[in-house]
Design a protein around this ligand. Structure first.
Ligand SMILES: [Mg+2]
Length: 357
């Protein structure tokens, strides 16, 4: 047996190995149209309809810190990050299964507050909380959410499908979640110092840090862009490829480029960076562009579109064209405001197993 640690191959290396072992099982079920490797697995329900399914884990001390995360927000985020993956398939969510592992000393109110947050988000996305499991945990809280959705077959949008000449588009603003995390991490340090000295501390993070509210909200309470999917359906817009931005613009665009076997060029000057993220980056003497490229957790949609459909998205104020798809041999580039190009493939998102960005 090999004793190679997971940190040697990283998160994507691990997923590749798991996919290799899982692949033979796909043949047993003829309806499976997409297995591991996209935002959701896809199963053909009928010749015209597909079911999509996704699952996400939130682990205490890895994905969230209870010192800086209001429980209701955590519940809401656990649902939103999954709905975001359903949206990334151009599908509509249906129901969620929620499993939770808790230390036995957790209070009943803790669990109820968490589920109230989930219930509020689920109602917003017209998704049913339809089942799940509970277990005792010896070390911290773990939340696992699985969400299913449905799409008309012609609407289904995968990571593959982008063609040279297509527009690269992004929704909303970027960099806010990473900037918010910076502020929260600093605040946690201050909080821990107060507690160490036996002093009380006002724990309402959002009202304490009003000047950073948009960025913190983006980190603690991201919203899945179901409104964009509804806009697509209403105007018969079908992107050629799509992904949600969970790892960062650069690594997520790389997923589209690899699966579609294309390259891309992005213009730095067109990136819709959250103004507050710029202020926070200045305060930390960092670059907000890096928050957008590799910070992740913005849960916006990154998609490509045939250039003759540009008129259809133009009226939408929350969709920005940031670049275009190129042939694979041109690579994946960022053109900065001076016209210099930077290789985006060298920028990676956060890897849970290597701990590196
Ligand atoms: Mg995703």
């Amino acid at each position: 047996m090999s004793l190679k640690p997971i940190s040697d191959i990283g998160e994507f290396g691990l997923i590749e190995r798991i996919a290799g072992i899982a692949e033979p099982t796909l043949e047993a079920v003829p309806g499976i149209a997409e297995g591991i490797g996209d935002d959701c697995a896809v199963y053909a329900l009928s010749p015209s309809k597909v079911q999509v399914a996704t699952t996400d884990l939130l682990v205490e001390h890895v994905h969230f810190d209870l010192l800086t995360t209001p429980l209701q927000h955590l519940g809401s985020k656990a649902i939103s990050v999954n709905i975001s993956d359903i949206c990334a398939m151009n599908a509509s969510p249906r129901y969620a299964l929620v499993s939770i592992a808790l230390p036995s000393k957790s209070s009943v109110t803790f669990v109820e507050t968490l589920y109230n947050g989930m219930s509020e988000a689920a109602r917003l996305y017209k998704t049913a909380l339809a089942g799940g499991d509970t277990s005792m945990s010896l070390n911290g809280t773990v939340i696992s959410v699985t969400v299913t959705g449905e799409a008309v077959k012609e609407h289904l949008t995968l990571r593959k499908g982008a063609q040279p000449g297509d527009l690269v588009c992004v929704t909303g603003s970027l960099g806010g979640a990473a900037a918010g995390l910076k502020v929260l991490t600093r605040e946690k340090g201050i909080m821990v110092e107060h507690l160490r000295h036996g002093e009380s501390y006002e724990r309402d993070i959002l009202s304490n840090l009003k000047e950073y509210d948009e960025a913190i909200r983006q980190q603690l309470l991201p919203a899945a862009r179901i409104d964009i999917i509804e806009f697509f359906h209403k105007h018969n817009i079908i992107p050629t490829s799509m992904i949600d931005i969970s790892d960062g613009l650069a690594p997520d665009l790389l997923h589209i480029c690899r699966r579609s076997e294309v390259g891309a060029i992005i213009e730095e000057g067109k990136l819709p960076i959250l103004p507050q993220a710029r202020h926070i980056a200045d305060e930390f003497q960092e670059d907000a562009v890096n928050y957008a490229l590799s910070g992740g957790e913005d849960y916006q949609l990154l998609f490509t579109l045939k250039s003759d459909q540009a008129d259809l998205i133009a009226p939408h104020r929350d969709i920005t064209v940031i670049g275009r798809i190129t042939p694979a041999d041109e690579g994946m580039l960022l053109q900065d405001i001076y016209g210099m190009t930077i290789d985006l493939e060298t920028i990676e998102g956060f890897d849970h197993f290597t701990g590196k960005e």
